[in-house]
Design a protein around this ligand. Sequence first.
Ligand SMILES: Cc1cc2nc3c(=O)[nH]c(=O)nc-3n(C[C@H](O)[C@H](O)[C@H](O)COP(=O)(O)OP(=O)(O)OC[C@H]3O[C@@H](n4cnc5c(N)ncnc54)[C@H](O)[C@@H]3O)c2cc1C
Length: 332
Amino acid sequence: MLTRSRVLFSFGVFGAGTTAAYLFLPDKTRHAPTVDDASLSPSHFTRAILTSSEPSGPNTKLLVLRVPGFTKSPESTTSASRFNPIWSVYIKDDDIQVERPYTPLEGIDEEGRMVFWVKKYPKGEVGRWLHSKKVGDQVEFRGPLSTWAPREDDAWDEIVMISGGTGITPFYQLCHSIFSREDNASRTKIPRFTLLHSSPTPSELPPPRILGRLREYAAAYPDRMALHLFVDSLEPPPALATDLPPLQLGRIGKPAIQRTLGIKTPSWWRSFSFFENSANTVKPSRRILFLVCGPEPMIRAIAGPYGRNFSQGPVAGILGELGYTSKEVRKM
Ligand SMILES: Cc1cc2nc3c(=O)[nH]c(=O)nc-3n(C[C@H](O)[C@H](O)[C@H](O)COP(=O)(O)OP(=O)(O)OC[C@H]3O[C@@H](n4cnc5c(N)ncnc54)[C@H](O)[C@@H]3O)c2cc1C
């Protein structure tokens, strides 16, 4: 029988990079037990029920898991200059005992509900398994685990989030946790948030549940949040095209990043000179943190490849060319 219990948000013990390291390091939590109550912890699996499963594009679904008997503890207050960490949970494919991290879009609500936007890859294990689950089926997960957390001494003027595909999910969670509550959104010390998101085609863009709300936040707080959407191609349009947001055609390349940030580009003759890779941009004086999340080729093009065992590695790619360093860039 399920007993009522409180969620334990033990982010403190999970430092940056834990998720990536977890995938490679042997860890007894891989064999974490499943508990018979509704408590949440990274070190045990909790049972949830799939209460909704809706297609949201060619290979994606919006899934809702609910933890029966869940009781939410009061949210811990964050200081005026900080905001909540981004977090994820590991979902276990029971058939082959494999787990992967997924991001609850809006955290967990009072009823124990978590909403996920999950992509299915043709040969992917857990994504395909999750898509095959029926409403009423049981799904085990463990967490929360910190995906990224601001440091106590962080003082960024702007956080630029760059995502591809379902890589938008951690950024949606972050924006939602700030802009869905006016008391949070109107705090004076939070940085400005800029989200650059790309999907291959309009039909693969995040569903209205995600994009609609992000657009609302950007409209309500234009000096605090900006949203820029990119597609590789305008075809095919979404099956349920209603209110398509403004789209930029092409990938999130250097010109797009420079334009978005108001970074000045060189006069034409300088771009042919030996200044090519050093002084051909004027870095804005404001302190900018870049968070990049998406398919590996996109991370590589924008921020350079991961290091060994998915460590951060040096900053290369477009952000490296623009002069940003590992203190200013986080590959997620
Ligand atoms: C912190 C964190 C949060 C995440 N949150 C979400 C989320 O909310 N929603 C979501 O859908 N995913 C999310 N992911 C990705 C997810 O954990 C899995 O990596 C993804 O679902 C693929 O797992 P799989 O078992 O289906 O495929 P796998 O069995 O791991 O992979 C099979 C095949 O798919 C390819 N593949 C796997 N991942 C990708 C990719 N990202 N791009 C292109 N090809 C790929 C592989 O190259 C391989 O050929 C998150 C990842 C992290 C680290």
